[in-house]
Design a binder for this molecule. Structure first.
Ligand SMILES: [Zn+2]
Length: 122
């Protein structure tokens, strides 16, 4: 049986993304959100982006030795950066070198920031 789900505006719908991703929504809320999403391409897009960001951040939190991931993200960032700023930006980044003890925390913070920027630029 279909009861009329309370309709959500964009802000309200997007405010529920966190709970949706965490599967914390009550069934009625989830239904309301899903029916908004069915009809709203903007919010679908936002949810996709939100879910990707959450997934990425959580995978960073889980990874104790994210060297491989760091390399991948840096490669992406360099590509993006080159795209945005031309070759100079990419070269500059490659020439920055630091001892590993300094680089790892810096890289972790940079990855989180860069990942958000990359996602926001998409
Ligand atoms: Zn919407």
């Amino acid at each position: 049986m279909n009861f009329a789900a309370p309709s959500l505006d964009h802000d309200r719908a997007q405010a529920l993304f966190g709970q949706l991703v965490d599967e914390q929504l009550a069934p009625a809320e989830e239904q309301a959100l899903r029916s908004h999403l069915d009809a709203c391409a903007d919010c679908q897009h936002e949810l996709e982006r939100y879910a990707r960001t959450v997934t990425l951040v959580r995978s960073l939190e889980r990874e104790r030795a994210p060297a491989e991931l760091a390399a991948q993200v840096m490669k992406r960032v360099r590509r993006r950066r080159r795209h945005l700023f031309g070759l100079q930006g990419g070269r500059f980044f490659e020439h920055v070198s630091m001892p590993a003890e300094v680089a790892v925390p810096v890289v972790l913070v940079a990855i989180a920031a860069a990942a958000l920027i990359v996602l926001l630029l998409q």
